[in-house]
Design a protein around this ligand. Structure first.
Ligand code: C2O
Ligand code: CU
Ligand code: CU
Length: 479
C-alpha cells in the first residue's frame, strides 16, 4: 500500500524538471544541432602504456579528470575521462601478470575505479568501499588469474555511478592468455580487432548532453536517442574485406541493445563476459544489456569494395561499416575456441535467492536497498553455490507504469559464473560460457552457479546504473 501511494505521488508529480549537464561557462549557444549529420571516423581507444621499470610487474597510470567534448561541432560539453576528455585508454594485460595501478582523482567529486569482470580480491575491486576522494590517489596491486576476456573499468561510487559514467567514465580492459594469442582469430587491435563501446545519450537541440528529464528516465533508467560508439556520434569505420572481430561493450546506463546487421548478416559470437565460448555460435541477433560484453567475428570477404552495412539495434544505428580492399586474410573462425569445463553440481554447498523488484526510486533486491554498513550475504571461500535470481515488477507497479519496459539485470563482482537455467530451461547457447552480468526481463528467472575464489566484500547489483544508484545493490562478504 505504501509503495502504491508513493508510486501514485511520483506519477502525479508530472514532468520532472529537466536538468542539463554542466556547460563550460563560455560555450556558445546554438539554436540547432550543428553538424547533426556529420559522420565521425570511429576512434580506437589507445592502448595504455606500461610505465614499470620492473620486468616482473606492469604498471599503469590513470588520471580521472574533467574535460571538454564537442559531440556536435561548436557545442562544448563538460565531460569526464581517464587520461583525457572522454572515456579511457584500453588497458591490456596478460594472464599471470602482476598489475599495479596509480589512479589519481582530479575531479571535484569522489569516485572509484572498478574492474568489471576481474576476479580479484574485494579490497582491490574498486567498488564503493575503495572511494578515492578528490585530489587523492588509489594504488591497487593484483594478479590476473583468469582466462582471456574483454572486461572494462568504470566508476562505482555510492550515488554517483550513473552520472559519472554518463559524463564519460568508462574504458576497456583486455586480458590475453596463451590460448587467445595462439588462436587463428583476428587479433590486431584497431585493425581487425575492433573495440566498440556502445552508449546512448540524449542531446538538447543545440547539442548539449541532457540527463534525466522525464518520468520514464526515472523509472527505467536514462536512455537516450543518440548512440555514441567509442565516444562519437554518427560513427563510421572502414574495414578491409576480410574477417573482423568486434569486442562489443554495452557501456550504456540503461539501454538493452538488440544488435544485428541491417543486411541480416550472420555473425559468430566467440566470447561472452568472462571469455571465449567453447565454439563460435552463428547468430543474426544479439541481446546485450548494460555491462555485458560479447566478441563477434564477421566475414566481410564476400562484400564488394565500398559496400556499406550498418550495425543496428532495432531502429537505432550503432555504426556504419564501409568495406575496403580485399586483403590477404590468414585468420579463421575456428571450430573450437577453448575447453570450458562442464557444469558440475556435486558439492554445491548452498542455495540463495535474489529477488529483483521495482522501478525508479523503489527498487530493491530481496526487499532491501543498499546499505554500505550492512553485509547481506556471508559466503565461504571456494564453495559452490546455486543462486536463483528472479525479477518481478509486481502487477500493480507494472500496470501503473503501463509499459512493462522496465528490465533489470544482475551483475556480481569478483567472480565469473555459469548459467544453469533460464526460465527453467537450458540457457541459450551464448550464455553457456563465463558470465558476470545477466539480463532479466519482467517475470524471468535465472539460475547460476557461483564460486568465489578471492576474499573480501563484493557487490551484486542491477547494472541499470540509475537502479544501482537508487539502491538496487547488496553486498557479500567472502572469507
Ligand atoms: Cu560494472 Cu558493480 O559494476
Ligand atoms: Cu563489476
Ligand atoms: Cu534494474
Amino acid at each position: 500500500m505504501i509503495i502504491f501511494v508513493i508510486c501514485l505521488l511520483l506519477l502525479m508529480s508530472g514532468t520532472v524538471s529537466s536538468h542539463a549537464m554542466d556547460r563550460p561557462s563560455n560555450g556558445p549557444d546554438f539554436e540547432y544541432l550543428v553538424g547533426k549529420d556529420t559522420e565521425n571516423l570511429l576512434p580506437i581507444p589507445p592502448l595504455l602504456e606500461n610505465v614499470s621499470k620492473d620486468p616482473k610487474i606492469v604498471q599503469y597510470k590513470l588520471n580521472v579528470q574533467k574535460g571538454v567534448t564537442e559531440f556536435f561541432k561548436g557545442a562544448k560539453n563538460v565531460t569526464y575521462g581517464y587520461n583525457g576528455n572522454l572515456l579511457g585508454p584500453t588497458i591490456r594485460v596478460k594472464r599471470g601478470q602482476k598489475i599495479k595501478l596509480n589512479i589519481k582523482n582530479s575531479l571535484w567529486e569522489h569516485t572509484t575505479v572498478h574492474w568489471h569482470g576481474l576476479v580479484v580480491p574485494g579490497n582491490v575491486d574498486g567498488g564503493p568501499h575503495q572511494t578515492i576522494e578528490p585530489g587523492f590517489e588509489w594504488n591497487p596491486l593484483f594478479r590476473i588469474k583468469q582466462p582471456a576476456a574483454t572486461a572494462w573499468y568504470h566508476p562505482h561510487g555510492i550515488g554517483n555511478t550513473a552520472s559519472q559514467v554518463y559524463k564519460g567514465l568508462a574504458g576497456l580492459l583486455i586480458i590475453d592468455d596463451e590460448n587467445s594469442s595462439k588462436l587463428p582469430i583476428p587479433k590486431d587491435y584497431g585493425k581487425n580487432d575492433i573495440p566498440l563501446i556502445i552508449q546512448d545519450r540524449r542531446f538538447s537541440s543545440d547539442g548539449y548532453l541532457q540527463y534525466i528529464n522525464s518520468m520514464q528516465d526515472i523509472m527505467e533508467g536514462m536512455k537516450g536517442d543518440t548512440v555514441l560508439v567509442n565516444g562519437v556520434v554518427n560513427s563510421y569505420v572502414k574495414l578491409p574485406a576480410k574477417k573482423i572481430r568486434f569486442r562489443l561493450l554495452n557501456g550504456s546506463n540503461a539501454r538493452v541493445y538488440n544488435l544485428s546487421f541491417d543486411n541480416n548478416l550472420t555473425f559468430y559470437q566467440i566470447a561472452s563476459d568472462g571469455g571465449f565460448l567453447e565454439k563460435p555460435i552463428g547468430l543474426n541477433k544479439l541481446v546485450l544489456s548494460p555491462g555485458e560484453r560479447a566478441e563477434i567475428i564477421i566475414d566481410l570477404s564476400k562484400f564488394k569494395k565500398d559496400e556499406v552495412i550498418h550495425l543496428v539495434s532495432d531502429q537505432l544505428r550503432i555504426t556504419k561499416i564501409i568495406v575496403g580492399e580485399k586483403l590477404e586474410d590468414k585468420t579463421l573462425i575456428p571450430r573450437k575456441l577453448v575447453n570450458i569445463r562442464e557444469v558440475n553440481l556435486s558439492n554445491v554447498v548452498n542455495r540463495r535467492h535474489f529477488k529483483l523488484f521495482g522501478m525508479g526510486h523503489m527498487v530493491s533486491i530481496n526487499n532491501k536497498r543498499m546499505n554500505i554498513r550492512r553485509v547481506d550475504e556471508y559466503i565461504k571461500l571456494n564453495e559452490k553455490e546455486i543462486w536463483t535470481i528472479t525479477s518481478r515488477m509486481g502487477m500493480m507497479m507494472g500496470r501503473m507504469h503501463g509499459m512493462g519496459n522496465v528490465v533489470h539485470n544482475f551483475h556480481v563482482h569478483g567472480i565469473q559464473f555459469r548459467v544453469l537455467e533460464r526460465n527453467g530451461s537450458h540457457p541459450p547457447e551464448n550464455e553457456g560460457g563465463w558470465k558476470d552480468t545477466i539480463l532479466l526481463r519482467d517475470g524471468e528467472s535465472v539460475k547460476i552457479l557461483t564460486k568465489f575464489t578471492d576474499p573480501g566484500i563484493f557487490m551484486y547489483h542491477c547494472h541499470i546504473l540509475e537502479h544501482e544508484d537508487n539502491g538496487m545493490m547488496g553486498q557479500v562478504e567472502v572469507r
